[in-house]
Design a protein around this ligand. Sequence first.
Ligand SMILES: [Zn+2]
Ligand SMILES: [Zn+2]
Length: 154
Amino acid sequence: MIANLVIVIASLVFMEVFAIYFHKHVMHGPGWGWHESHHVVTPGYFEKNDLYTLCFSVIAIGLFIAGSLWWSPLWYTALGVTIYGLLYGFVHDGLVHQRWPFRYAPKGGYLRRLVLAHRLHHYTTTKHGAVSFGFLWAGDPEKLKARLKNDEHA
Ligand SMILES: [Zn+2]
Ligand SMILES: [Zn+2]
């Protein structure tokens, strides 16, 4: 029981670290072809960038299947990945980009900081020069703003 809980939490934490790396070096790198749709205005509800969510969902489903067939720790890994996906959806697609059918934006606290930091991530519409690649972890928005300003001058 405890071991399974540790697996879930560890995969949740791992996913955020992985997401920061993946967002910075893949999505803003060779994978920009899909991610660009998320940094510019595109018509319609869906963006090419949503294909990333689809890919990770397929991976999670694969882990669930492998976990139930062969090795149960994989099932708990999949659970951690799925909880991460839900939190990502809530924070990124919901709080930041308001893709839900109602309006709710946090007025303060850590959630507000997440929203501000990700808005600053969207300050750039190109592959290079973006700040704040995390989704559940965010740096101080004032410091991020200062970094963007610095980069502009450079
Ligand atoms: Zn981005
Ligand atoms: Zn975004």
